[in-house]
Ligand binder design. Sequence first.
Ligand code: ATP
Ligand code: MG
Ligand code: MG
Length: 348
Amino acid sequence: GSTIGILGGGQLGRMMAVAATQLGYRCIGYSPEGDNVAAEVCEDFFTNRWDDQAALAAFAARCDVVTWEFENVPVATARAFPSDKIFPDPKALETAQDRLNEKRFIEGLGGKPAAYAKIDSQSDLEAATDRLGAPGIVKTRRDGYDGKGQWRIMSGRDAAALKLPDVPAIYEGFVEFDAEFSVILVRAQDGEIRFWDSSRNVHESGVLAASYLPAGEAVEPQVEQARKLAGQVADALGYVGVLTLEFFATHEGPIFNEMAPRVHNSGHWTIEGAATSQFENHIRAVAGLPLGDTRTTANAVDMRNIIGRDIEAAHAFLADADTHLHDYGKSEVREGRKMGHLTRLTRA
Ligand code: ATP
Ligand code: MG
Ligand code: MG
C-alpha cells in the first residue's frame, strides 16, 4: 500500500485515516503542536510549524499523495507540494479562506450569498448597517470556525458600540431562514461528481449541534438548485475530494452561507448511514481510486455532536442497538469543543 499525508490533526483527519487504513493505505499526519487526535491512528505524525520547510520536505518525501482535513492550512504550505501530489488543488483553500473572496467567487458562478459589505473601519460598519439594516453579523474574513470571529448586531447602536477586531471583516445581513442544510459532494480525478443526500443542520451558538435525514419539506425542494451550484464550484476549482457547501433554505430559494473545502461535520452520518462514507470517498478520490456509492442506506438519520462536555455519559448509548458512538479521544473538555458524536439510524 502507499502512503497518504494528511495536513491537520483533528477529528476529521482521524476519521479520514481510519477510512484510509481500511483501504490498505498508511497515513502520516502533519500539524503544529496541539491536541492532534489524528496522531493516534497515523503511522507517524509530524508536529512542526506550517512554515517549517525542512519538515515539510521530509514529510513530502514519505508521502505518495497529500491532502488536508483543516481548512486553514496556509496556502503557501499546500503549495509546497508538487501539484500532482496534493489534492484538492490548493486553489480551493485560497478561495475559501477569505469570506469576501468566497462570496465574490460564488456570485461569479450565479450563486446567491446573504447581502454583505466589506468592513475595514468603524465608519464602514455604520455605512453597512445603514445600507443593509440590522440584525446582521460581523464576521472576520479569515480564520473563523465554529462561530468564532463573529459578532451579532441587533441594531445601529450595537454597531456603534462594537469594538471592531483589528483585521479585515465583512458585515452580513441576517437571513431569516426556514432551515439550514449542506450539500456534500465528492469529485474524482476524472471529474465525476457524486452527492450524498443533504441533511438538515441545526446550529447552536454558531456551532453545528445536529444533522437530520430526511431533511424535510423546507429543504428538499431546494437541494437540486444548491447541488447545481456546488457542482459548478467543484468544476471551477478542478476539485478532487470531498467538498461541502452550507446553505440557508429560504422563501427565495437557497442562500449560500459558506463553503468548506474538506470533509464536514454534517457528513458524519455517512459513516454508518451511507453506502460509502465521506471519509472513504475522499480517500478514494485523492488516491485515484473509483468512487463508492453515496446512497443513503437508512430510513432516517439523527447525528448529534457531543460538545463541551465529557463523553463518558454518552457511553450509555452503547446499549442502544441503532446508535453509534464516536469518541475523538480529546485529552480535555473545553467549552464549545467537539468531543465526539452519536449517530442514530432508523434502519431501512
Ligand atoms: P463553521 O464551523 O461551519 O465553519 P463558521 O464559524 O464559519 O462555522 P458560519 O457558518 O458563518 O460560521 O455561521 C455559523 C452559523 O451562524 C450558521 O450556520 C448559522 O446558523 C448562523 N449564521 C451565520 N451567518 C448567518 C446569517 N447571515 N444569517 C443567519 N444566520 C447566520
Ligand atoms: Mg466556516
Ligand atoms: Mg458554517
